[in-house]
Design a protein around this ligand. Structure first.
Ligand code: ADP
Ligand code: MG
Length: 202
């Protein structure tokens, strides 16, 4: 993984958020306030613009810039949560390239930062239910193979949110009525890992 590929990853995430905006909003209209698609699209459009004007020296710079931009451009809960995830991960990566193990460990630190902020644990029906299995599957082999396993695990985790009752965020206000719907944040988290697979494909 190098600086250029990290930029391409963020561009691929922006494209995925454009493509899946309506789906994310639809999911958020069932158990939230119908803005997750718009939030993610706005956030990653701002990220692409910010990265275009930015001279990154290493992989971490790109991720820190991504996180800072998400925090300042997204109003909903997901902005600060994803922002913290990318910013915390980026702070660990200070070299021009990162191997699979370094990327896995940095993203793991990002998830711990996100959980510190949002206090969600697995089973609460949030993005953590996709991120946690994704990072557990992201082992230290070559990034392309690790990312493929992570994306599959994120998608399984995403589907696993359907029967859960939400205990964090807006969806938790619905109590038992949140059961039977896929969590929007877990869905965007799976898109983020699928975008990484696309970029790392040999
Ligand atoms: P908002 O809920 O403010 O409208 P979004 O709609 O953009 O923000 O994001 C909603 C998603 O954020 C949820 O689907 C869930 O995955 C995630 N989320 C909400 N609260 C938390 C939390 N405390 N920890 C982790 N993720 C959370
Ligand atoms: Mg919302």
């Amino acid at each position: 993984m190098d600086t250029h590929l990290t930029r391409l990853w963020m561009r691929a995430v922006a494209t995925a958020m454009d493509l899946h905006k309506d789906r994310l909003t639809q999911l958020d209209s069932a158990i939230g306030d119908a803005d997750h698609g718009v939030n993610m699209q706005r956030g990653f459009t701002a990220v692409v613009a910010a990265l275009d004007d930015y001279e990154a020296e290493n992989v971490g710079d790109v991720l820190v810039k991504t996180g800072t931009t998400l925090i300042s451009s997204v109003g909903g809960a997901a902005g600060p949560l994803y922002g913290t995830f990318f910013r915390t991960a980026g702070k660990q990566l200070t070299a021009p390239t990162a191997d699979g193990g370094e990327l896995a460990s940095a993203l793991g630190a990002g998830l711990r930062g996100l959980q510190k902020l949002g206090a969600a644990v697995p089973g609460d029906k949030t993005m953590v239910d996709a991120l946690m299995p994704a990072l557990a599957a992201f082992d230290s082999e070559a990034p392309a193979a690790a990312a493929a396993k992570a994306a599959d695990a994120a998608e399984a985790g995403m589907r696993g949110t359907i029967p859960m009752q939400a205990r964090k965020g807006r969806a938790s206000y619905l109590g038992a009525r949140s059961v039977g719907h896929q969590d929007p944040g877990a869905t965007s988290a799976a898109l983020i890992f699928r975008a990484l697979v696309e970029v790392l494909q040999p």
